[in-house]
Write a protein that binds this ligand. Structure first.
Ligand code: SF4
Length: 344
């Protein structure tokens, strides 16, 4: 067990965890919402340090990140547990380990080993993904520091519910923040993930961009009857445009029936195309249609000269018209990141 970094000691051996916005107040011998932080005699411990449930060498497009080192391989690690309990979770076996046998099958990969493996497999970076990275925060922080020393890029694939102080702790070592904005009203977040104060996700995403200069991409999985209404989609698109900027990619992805939402239908293609139109009307230059291999909405087209910049089919990528961060045909800024930034 690893002592947690960000918590307050309270009276009567209680503690308050400050890693995510639940800010769980945890009694002695109890755990927080994510089940990965445990109070033992007034000290908070993280239970899953270096305990890996899933490991893969992925194309970075699978995260999805489309404007960040396109075509590169990223060493991808997931652990156990989550601070959200979404009804449509694709990875519930690892997100809810207490109901699974898999906890016993963890592989231990220490930060040094993760970096060694990333280089051995010719990855340009490392990502914490598959489950919420904040719930093994200490491990991701130690690994991110080492990754930067080894000239690897670093990626959080996150529901965005981390606290500002946790973000500020890991911010100097993180390059990309791939964040879900799942919907845009209280009732939706409550129903999907049992989260009420979801607007903190927006503040932290903005902070990742403004304060820590991370590359930010946003994803919304569009679930029929849940978040496919005009108002929510416009809300997300307008917020991205005004707070993160017009070059921020927005991925609108197809929902497939899953977990507690097996009774719903897959998202109609027309709904995804309409969402993309809403994004464009809001002023976003790049809205991508995802989970639908072969759709034209996967490609990057220059908004200025209309030339094809990156052609994609699923996770296959062909870069055609990129010169650094810009369109090589007309010079328009496209907001791509292709070099590892200097230390912050
Ligand atoms: S990381 Fe876990 S224990 Fe800490 S505040 Fe979030 S849900 Fe609670």
């Amino acid at each position: 067990m690893h002592e947690a970094m960000l918590y307050d000691k309270l009276a009567n051996s209680r503690v308050q965890c400050n890693i995510c916005q639940w800010r769980c107040r945890i009694g002695r011998d109890k755990s927080g919402v994510c089940k990965m932080y445990h109070n033992r005699d007034g000290t908070l411990y993280n239970l899953n340090y270096a305990k890996v449930s899933s490991v893969a060498v992925d194309p970075v497009e699978k995260k999805p990140l489309f404007h960040f080192f396109p075509g590169s391989l990223v060493f991808s690690l997931g652990s156990w547990g989550c601070n959200f309990h979404c009804q449509d979770c694709q990875n519930w076996e690892i997100a809810c380990p207490e109901t699974s046998e898999l906890w016993r099958t963890s592989r231990e990969i220490k930060p040094q080993e993760a970096i060694r493996l990333a280089k051995e497999y010719s990855c340009q970076g490392i990502a914490w993904t598959y489950n919420e990275p904040a719930v093994w925060f200490e491990y991701t922080l130690d690994s991110a520091k080492l990754a930067k020393e080894n000239n690897l890029y670093t990626v959080y694939v996150t529901n965005g519910y981390m606290t500002p102080e946790a973000l500020d702790t890991i911010g100097p070592y993180l390059d990309a923040w791939r964040v879900d904005i799942k919907g845009f009203n209280d009732a939706f977040y409550r129903k999907l993930a049992k989260v009420s104060h979801w607007r903190g996700i927006l503040e932290v995403a903005k902070r990742a961009k403004d304060k820590w200069h991370m590359h930010v991409e946003v994803i919304t999985n569009i679930i029929p009857t849940m978040n496919d209404d005009e108002k929510q989609l416009q809300g997300i698109a307008n917020w991205i445009r005004s707070e993160l900027g017009e070059l921020t990619p927005w991925h609108v992805t197809r929902f497939y029936p899953h977990h507690y939402m097996s009774d719903l239908s897959p998202t109609p293609v027309s709904t995804l195309e309409h969402a993309a139109l809403i994004g464009k009307k809001a002023g976003l230059k790049f809205v991508y249609i995802g989970n639908l291999a072969g759709h034209q909405g996967e490609n990057t087209i220059c908004y200025s000269c209309r030339n094809l910049i990156v052609k994609r089919f699923g996770y296959q990528t062909k870069t055609i018209g990129l010169g650094g961060s810009k369109c090589k045909f007309c010079g328009a800024e496209l907001g791509f990141r292709t070099t590892i930034p200097n230390p912050k």
